[in-house]
Design a protein around this ligand. Structure first.
Ligand SMILES: C[S@@+](CC[C@H](N)C(=O)[O-])C[C@H]1O[C@@H](n2cnc3c(N)ncnc32)[C@H](O)[C@@H]1O
Length: 247
């Protein structure tokens, strides 16, 4: 029951976030080109697990993927993602799926899942489920929130802030952005900083992990892994790290 409630709350949260903050496809393309490389995109059958606005799915297709599947639990996110695909005139297969109870019956050359698994009620189970969809010679690119000595403080701040009535969440996110972020309103993956703050402080579920922990999860599947990005943001404590795993 707890798991279902978390999934439902997270889904409703992203229905709102991803109808409001749409990232830039050009920035996302640069990011994917740099870290996945065109040889892992062109001609490949790719799954974007937890696609959100669809920015990565659309970018992967524009960069030459043969087929792209994009799945998410949030219907609002899928609606935004479908609109983005239409705007960019690309064909993507969208499906509503819960990563903790996957029904998708297809295998992929490449799986991409950025900032998703740690928002489920069971990050490890979501990881194992998604990995089951990888072809034997496939690659799994996964980004998770980094655990640092400040994680405890941030989770405590989140606990307090989430008690605010919902109408204050966006104004408070704007104010926090104003306090901590100077200059560009966009992250290097093309995301709006204000949306990032909302996501960071108000999401109903968030866990933090380490590259060592994720490497161990890959090893359980007899897979090798490599750290691609140690921190995706300005500060380690507010960043994801990104790894790739393969057999
Ligand atoms: C922080 S967003 C990341 C979206 C996208 N990957 C990106 O990089 O912009 C997390 C996404 O994971 C989705 N998600 C969370 N829990 C999920 C679950 N159990 N099954 C499928 N998707 C889930 C949310 O709906 C949301 O769109």
């Amino acid at each position: 029951m707890k798991q279902e409630k978390i999934t439902d709350d997270v889904s409703k949260f992203y229905d709102v976030v991803w109808s409001k903050y749409i990232p830039e496809v050009e920035e996302q393309k640069k990011f994917l080109k740099r870290y996945l490389g065109l040889k892992n995109i062109k001609g490949k059958i790719i799954l974007d697990a937890g696609c959100g606005t669809g920015v990565a799915a659309v970018s992967l297709k524009l960069l030459g993927a043969k087929e792209v599947y994009a799945i998410d639990i949030s219907e609002g996110s899928l609606k935004t993602a479908k609109k983005l695909a239409k705007e960019h005139k690309v064909k993507i297969t969208f499906k509503k799926e819960n990563l903790l109870d996957l029904k998708l019956d297809k295998k992929f050359d490449v799986i991409h899942s950025f900032g998703v698994l740690h928002h489920t009620a069971d990050c490890r189970l979501a990881f194992d489920n998604v990995l089951n969809l990888l072809k034997p010679k496939g690659k799994f690119y996964v980004a998770l929130y980094l655990k640092t000595p400040l994680t405890f403080l941030q989770q405590s701040a989140r606990y307090v802030l989430r008690k605010l009535p919902k109408q204050y969440w966006i104004p408070v996110s704007k104010a926090i952005r104003g306090l901590f972020v100077r200059g560009s309103k966009r992250t290097k993956r093309g995301f709006d900083d204000e949306g990032d703050m909302l996501d960071w402080f108000f999401v109903p579920q968030r866990t933090h992990h380490t590259p060592k922990e994720l490497a161990k999860w890959f090893r359980k599947h007899k897979m090798k892994s490599k750290l691609l990005i140690a921190k995706t943001g300005r500060f380690a404590s507010t960043s994801n790290f990104m790894m790739v795993g393969w057999k």
